[in-house]
Design a binder for this molecule. Structure first.
Ligand SMILES: [Zn+2]
Length: 405
């Protein structure tokens, strides 16, 4: 265990552990050192490269991995049994305070980057860049139809292409990193049904083309088969949920749709990850459909689709803001092996968040986001629950307490 001051005089920290997973390479590096300089990884080497007198933080028996990345969270939802009500009862100052707590909870579990896919009134944007929080990629309020799914977040738009273009422009002017659009209904909103579409294809296309004109990606919330198909046709960069939800049970995507998802490299956010706690279960309509949803994802994965966990953290007690490590079980059920799961939570998720050039890999020049887990996650992914230390842009995070199962 480290006994020395973590940050040496010249702002350099050297981490030494038993092995390293770089976010990509299947075989781990043995006896690595990672040199952190300020907020960046200055270099990766082996113990023999150490210079005399350098201060080393030792983690015997542990593995260094890139900071984990959750591409679908809601900092404004507090993971209570009624997060919509909690949010409605809070003024903006109270919401921001709760969002800071949510982001800190994620960071302590080793989640050093999060993509917030739906806040209220753009409140997540001002949290970006805070030194004590994870890196935040922010969508602001999701675009939705009048009284549509999550309308209470403030993103209602009239169902006309020109209105959608204007709404996207307004989001871009506010400085969002990504646009989230509700292509279908969802569970959290009374009067909204997952199996029904919200915007038609023409409206979705208008939103996507306007966002892309400004260099901003679009991810669509889509449950029903038709909504997924329309979003893919409209050229979205990602689709969240992708449950193929039907009135009764779940549809199966046709081969053509699967091929389009794969060939367009559309990132699928699987809403994977729940606390395995008996007092904290997902709603019955979801759990009943889960075997068929998993079977669809397994087919998409086998076909070569890009799949990330995208937990939807915050929407209930079974999805706290540090739930991402628990997504490993669901991703394994899709057929992913441990290395693929680790890539999905690091380098692949970084690309999905538009940060593949500086996040998700342990590599010189990348952000110094490093998680130290006890054991070897490639041999035993449960190591993701044994976080020993977290470095976020070079700063060691106060461990605090974590949500456990
Ligand atoms: Zn969501």
């Amino acid at each position: 265990m480290p006994t020395v001051n973590d940050t040496a005089r010249h702002g350099t920290t050297v981490l030494r552990a038993s092995r390293l997973f770089d976010g990509e390479t299947a075989s781990p590096v043995d006896n690595p050192v990672v040199i952190l300089e300020g907020t960046t990884i200055a270099g990766i080497g082996c113990a023999a490269d150490l210079r005399h007198g350098e201060t080393v933080v030792d983690f015997p028996g542990a593995t260094l991995i890139p900071g984990l990345i959750d591409p679908h969270v809601h900092l404004a939802f507090d993971a209570s049994s009624d997060p919509v009500k909690s949010l409605a009862e809070r003024d903006d100052d109270a919401v921001v305070a709760a969002m800071r707590i949510a982001a800190t909870t994620a960071l302590r579990a080793g989640i050093t980057t999060i993509r917030d896919l739906g806040d209220r009134d753009f409140l997540s944007l001002a949290l970006r860049g805070a030194a004590d929080l994870p890196t935040i990629v922010a969508a602001g309020p999701p675009l939705t139809t009048v009284e549509g799914h999550c309308h209470f977040l403030g993103g209602e738009v009239a169902h006309r292409p020109a209105e959608l273009r204007a709404a996207v422009r307004a989001h871009v002017e506010r400085g969002v990193d990504v646009v989230k659009i509700m292509a279908s209904g969802g569970t959290m909103t009374p009067g909204s049904l997952q199996e029904q579409t919200q915007f038609d294809r023409e409206a979705l296309r208008a939103a996507v083309s306007e966002a892309h004109r400004h260099g901003i990606p679009v991810t669509a919330h889509a449950h029903g088969h038709r909504a997924v198909l329309d979003a893919i046709e409209a050229g979205v960069d990602g689709v969240e949920h992708v449950t193929f939800w039907a009135t009764e049970g779940v549809d199966t995507p046709g081969r053509e749709l699967v091929e389009r998802i794969v060939s367009q490299r559309v990132a699928l956010g699987a809403t994977a990850g729940v606390l395995p706690r008996t007092d904290s279960v997902m709603p019955a309509p979801v759990s009943q459909r889960m075997p068929a949803i998993i079977a669809n994802f397994a087919a998409l994965y086998a076909a070569g689709a890009v799949i990330v966990a995208g937990t939807d953290a915050g929407i209930g007690p079974y999805k706290p803001h540090d739930v991402l490590p628990y997504a490993q079980d669901r991703l394994a059920a899709f057929g992913m092996d441990p290395v693929t799961i680790l890539r999905s939570m690091t380098s692949v998720a970084a690309g999905v968040c538009g940060l593949g050039h500086r996040k998700g890999r342990l590599r010189a020049g990348y952000d110094a986001d490093v998680v130290v887990v006890q054991g070897d996650p490639i041999a035993d992914l449960a190591a993701l629950h044994r976080v020993v230390a977290v470095y976020s842009r070079g700063t060691r995070v106060d461990p605090g307490s974590r949500t456990t199962a």
